[in-house]
Design a binder for this molecule. Sequence first.
Ligand code: GLY
Length: 420
Amino acid sequence: MIVLLIGSGAREHALARSLSRDPAVTALHAAPGNPGIGELATLHAVDALDGEAVAELATSLEADLVVVGPEAPLVAGVADAVRAAGIPVFGPSGEAAMLEGSKAFAKEVMAAANVPTAQARVCHTESELTAALHEFGAPYVVKDDGLAAGKGVVVTDELEAALDHGSAVLAAGGTVVVEDFLDGPEVSLFCLCDGKTVVPLQPAQDFKRAHDADAGPNTGGMGAYSPLPWAPPGLVAEVVEHVAQPTIDEMARRGTPFVGVLYCGLALTSKGVRVVEFNARFGDPETQAVLARLTTPLAGVLLAAATGELASLPPLEWSDAAAVTVVIAAAGYPGTPASGDPITGIADAEALPGVHVLHAGTRIEGDSLVSAGGRVLSVVGVGDGLAGARAAAYAGVERIDLPGSHHRSDIALKAAESVR
Ligand code: GLY
């Protein structure tokens, strides 16, 4: 099977790693990829947002499957262009990707499908924004309706900060969604969908704040782990029954079937499971931990989703080991990250048992690997229980040097302690 992967982050490096280990994959290509993906795949300098160019590349490669990683190409309709060229594609159409592309649309679909989520108000004016913030009170949850590259959501106790974020979105011509705050721990569950059938992966937890003990600003995600030893036993089945399947059925009923990953961002509240957000792609950095534990070859699974065959797929198989991802971020992240700094020690880290390193914000300069983005690397540790996986991941982090970089030291710490 010839596979073309679209994207350039650590999530795509994790996908490339799993795809490259699938014996059915005879050739792996990526566009645009990154230096880490380039060790596993042939890279092509094609713009991931250009559907026609991606479809042309897939056709010229005689690809059997195209996997689109990030949300921006999905919302831009890249999967539609590939489908129109007659090539199976893992990733929703532009219309179906609006489950991530518009928070207001996602709320409308959830209401129609009777999916439990926070109450919300869609605001087009300052006065609607102020009224909604006063209605729900603190903590304030203020979301940019559209895609905002991980910077669209502010959760704060400060009314002024909530107003500032909402006003900035409105001033830029956007729409704001203000929501009731959901208490309780958050869980990410990725559901593979073929338009009709839902196959859940194992749940993970993400750490969104920049610093230890959930302090500091929101980020795209500073680390993740899987499995969740504290999660209720029936959680996955409950989410499939009450969240993912009704959503997929509603999308099919609307004539916009969802094919790809429905990322269910959930809060386990005192009143039960509630959807915090949907995304139309794998989560980053949760994917790095989840795929490290999936033992079923990945390409066949994604092809089954792309071709409407998930119902005939045998049950997925998982390693008993745990996985922890620690993100190494550049100085300044999540503000303006430093770039061009040398990265060393990756080979030393990967020489350790159970450690692999995935690239996100990296590039080659001369003979050196240098930083080129906010989240630079994901260090993944796989081990016996979360304590073993943490030990591996942090031993890997210690071997890597990037001047000025920072990482959290408490990824999966509480969960590991809870099972001691
Ligand atoms: N881990 C958060 C996200 O992928 O959106």
